[in-house]
Design a protein around this ligand. Structure first.
Ligand SMILES: [Mg+2]
Length: 341
């Protein structure tokens, strides 16, 4: 069924506000936007507060593991979204740590394999592992934060205790880290490779894009034949499984709100959720052309803040005008634009 473009108050009320109990939001391009992600999308604060006031449950997910959940909580609060609590935030890093503890390590233990974790990742990933009570090697260990002398492989050797290589974004990645991870995966045929996400590239404030986790981790995929990594973040399922284990949501009454067709909409659909695609981020209307049923969102709206249109007038708080609207009003007052009734 083609997506429904939500624009009328009745649609927001009947098709969304009355139907769904749990609202799961992507962050970048949905809750906030701009180069540093420091600008809230229009009316998002009032919208989230309204949803909460009528008993809806909220959750926030992101494929960015370079901040910990606690750091994201600080960001929410610093942007004025002070009602958000830690348990509502899930990053692909925190979900990887949860998934390791709840699913992967118990599986390995059952098989009698080694449960040591070798981490390629930054301090934020270490914080999430610590929160789950897990130990690791590598990470920010100064021993691995070095450039090896030419042709000196003496520090690279198998470790039979390593059963998981966990890979996430690491700005200080080097040959020693990659060689150790590759060697562990190669030496132990049961050693698992877990990626927080497989995003191939990411755009940067200076323009253009740079390699993401998926691109950098591709080096490790050839460590042995038929190595299948477990990918936690969107559009893969473990991230949603972690949210589900935490919130026990009913998929038929849950909607995922995102800004990217190829990750967010796919992520929601794979998890059996209806999806709302908003235009405040990555995907643009022309991206919908030629899509199959399995790729289309359930709904489309200009922004998350549009949901406020479904709020009965007597309950709606006065809307705070965004700068663009104020400018538009001034232009209309000056007769510079045609005002349609
Ligand atoms: Mg996004």
């Amino acid at each position: 069924m083609p997506p429904i473009f939500l624009s009328k108050p009745q649609q927001f009320d009947e098709l969304v506000l009355q139907k769904y109990e749990d609202f799961v939001f992507d962050l970048d391009g949905v809750i906030w936007t701009g180069p540093g992600g420091n600008t809230l999308t229009p009316h998002v604060k009032e919208t989230l507060e309204y949803l909460r006031s009528i008993g809806k449950r909220l959750a926030f997910v992101t494929n960015n593991a370079t901040r910990s959940r606690k750091q994201y909580l600080e960001k929410f609060h610093s942007l004025g979204l002070t009602h958000v609590v830690l348990d509502e935030i899930f990053t692909c890093g925190s979900a990887s740590a949860s998934h390791l503890r709840e699913v992967i390590l118990p599986e390995i233990e059952k098989e009698g394999g080694p449960t040591g974790i070798y981490l390629i990742g930054q301090a934020s990933m270490e914080e999430e592992l610590r929160e789950e009570g897990l130990a690791w090697r590598g990470g920010t260990d100064p021993e691995d934060d070095v450039l090896l002398p030419p042709q000196d492989f003496s520090s690279i050797m198998p470790d039979p205790e390593i059963g998981v290589v966990l890979f996430t974004f690491q700005m200080r990645i080097n040959y020693k880290q990659l060689a150790k991870a590759f060697n562990y995966l190669n030496f132990n045929p049961d050693c698992r490779l877990v990626l927080t996400n497989d995003d191939f590239s990411m755009s940067i404030p200076g323009g253009g894009s740079i390699p993401g986790e998926g691109a950098i981790a591709s080096v490790l995929l050839n460590a042995r034949k038929n190595l299948q990594p477990l990918i936690v973040g969107k559009p893969h399922q473990p991230l949603l499984d972690v949210v589900h284990r935490a919130l026990k949501f009913d998929p038929t009454k849950t909607i995922f709100v995102g800004d990217r067709l190829e990750t967010d909409v796919l992520f929601g659909k794979r998890g059996g959720l209806d999806t709302l695609l908003v235009w405040t981020g990555n995907s643009k209307p022309h991206d919908l052309v030629g899509l199959g049923d399995h790729e289309e969102p359930t709904f489309i709206a200009d922004s998350v803040g549009e949901l406020l249109k479904g709020v009965p007038k007597e309950k709606a708080a006065p809307r705070v005008k965004v700068p663009g609207e104020v400018r538009e009003e001034v232009r209309q007052a000056r007769g510079e634009v045609e005002v349609r009734a």
